[in-house]
Each structure stands twice: as structure tokens, then as C-alpha cells.
Design a protein around this ligand. Sequence first.
Ligand code: ADP
Ligand code: MG
Length: 326
Amino acid sequence: MEFDLIEVIRSRCSVSRADVRLGIGDDAAVLSPPAGHDLAVSTDTLVAGVHFPFAASARDLGWKALAVNLSDLAAMGATPAWALLALTLPDASRDFVAAFADGFAELAAQHGVALVGGDTTRGPLNVGVTVHGFIASGRALRRDGARPGDLVFVTGTLGDAAAGLRCLDRADSRAPELFNAPADTREALVARLNRPLPRVSAGAALRDLASACIDVSDGLLADLGHIAERSGVGIELDAEALPSSSALLALFERDERLVLQAAGGDDYELAFCAAPARATEVQRDLARIGCGATRIGRVVEGERVRLFDRDGSELVFERGGWNHFG
Ligand code: ADP
Ligand code: MG
């Protein structure tokens, strides 16, 4: 089966690059990274029933499998170049593979990413993607560079993907209402879940501006927790400042919204820290790119991430809701 399916994939992924000496078709790809650059490499696996529902569309799955990987490169400030695709399929469904490859290829074309190889095997549905990108030597954006006094920002809006998941969940406490919401509002949220836009240009722009950066995949508090831990600092966030899309505002009240924004995953925005002297430049450059950046908090001496309400009291997420602390 494998050869036919490989051809189905290869024929759809049409990006060609001069730095690919040898792509799909030999025992290994031969690649030529540019002089003076570091290579950033990352891999992420999506498992059916764990990271996506069995009913997810193959096309969206192809898009998302690449998107979550490009998001990791974006968070490093790397410019993506090459990808490898390890596909495990329960049966040799040509239609599934074609639709999957179309979704993958659509996003790959937007970022000039060449698919240079992979593996195709039989087994429970599982999608592994590895991506490679370039960064001028020594300039990667890391998690460990945040310093007390830095400001904390996030690109785009938060909570939309988690809201999209609630819109699809028939067991949700507000299912009938969310299901009957205006189609464009629902679809805007579901699209954020199924077709995340990796913030690649924002990551590149932040290379010279941010002190630390991470992509929001598990949820804002959890992901900023990694920056706090790796940098040896504390982070204070203003609940009121977390950016909301108009679709999120239309369907969710404040408390629900805050759960989705602070604890929901799958947004693939970039959360980052920068010195106050860089704030104007950060906001100008990211506005120019189109995603914008919202200032949501500050880096302090200490540890862990804390969220504050507008009256200054700390909000603690417990048993699915917010409680005031102390
Ligand atoms: P080998 O047996 O040498 O590992 P394969 O038959 O697995 O070779 O793969 C043949 C070629 O097709 C290789 O260049 C490999 O990288 C590529 N390939 C296999 N599966 C995929 C896939 N899912 N996506 C992209 N390239 C693939
Ligand atoms: Mg192989």
C-alpha cells in the first residue's frame, strides 16, 4: 500500500526549495541549511481520540498537524523550511490520505515549507510531524530569558479554540444554546480549534524584541508557568486585560470566558515577555503583521503565575470556576 499513498501525498505537497538537495524518494532526505544559522527542530504527534475526535475532517487534521508544529517554531522565532510526516493509518484509505495531504499542503504552501520525507505504516490512526526552521545563530527566542520588570504580552485573542470545542460538545451544559448560536459566530470559534494559524511572522518579528516566548497550546496559565519556571521569576496577569474575540464575547459571559482564556488550550497564540522600553515597538510591529499584541501582565521577582481581578484580588481556578483568593 505504501508506495501509492506516498505518491498521493507527494503529488499534493508542491513546495520546492533550493535547499532540498534530495527530497521524498530516497532512503533519507539531504538538506542544506543556510550558513550562519542555527537549525530549530521540533516534533509533535496527534493521536486519534486523544488530540482530535475520530470524526475530525481529514483536511482539517492535515492542517492542524502541521500548524501545531509550525507554532513551536514560531515560538522560537524560527523561519520554517522543512517537514517530515509519519502517518500511521488503520486502513489504506486513499480518500482520507488525499484530503489529509490537501489540508497539510495548504498550510505548507502558505509558509513555503517543503515536505521532504516521512514514513507510512499501518496501525491505529496517528500523525507525527517533524519540522525544521532556521534562526540566525544564537538568536532563538527561549523560555528562560524573562526578567523582573519585563511586561507580558499575548498575540491575537485567547479562549476561542476552547470555546469552539464547547460549541461542538453535545454534552455541554449549554449545548442547545451554543448549537443554535448564529452560524458565523459558532464557525469563527470552531475554525480557531480546527485550523489554528501559527504565528510565524510574529515570532520572527519578536526575535529582537522579546526576552522569552512560548506558544499557548495547553492554556495561558500553564504555558506562562513554563516561562516562570525556566526563567526563575513570577508572573502577574490582569484578568481584565486578556484579549477576547467578538465571537467569544457574543457567546460567553465573563466568568466562563475567563476559564476559556486562562485555562483553555489550543489557541496557538504567542505569549511573551519584553522589556518596557520595547513595548511601543512590540505593539507597532505586531499591529503591522495583523495579529496585534495585548499587554496582559508583568514579570516580578518570585515564582509561578498569578491572575488578578480588577479590584486587585487574586483569582484562583478551582473546580471548574473562579474563586477569590484570601
Ligand atoms: P524506506 O523503506 O527506505 O524507509 P519508505 O518506503 O518508507 O522507504 O519511503 C520511501 C520514501 O517516501 C522516503 O523518501 C520517505 O521519506 C518517503 N515517505 C514515506 N512516507 C511518507 C509520508 N507519509 N510523507 C512524506 N514522505 C514519505
Ligand atoms: Mg520508511
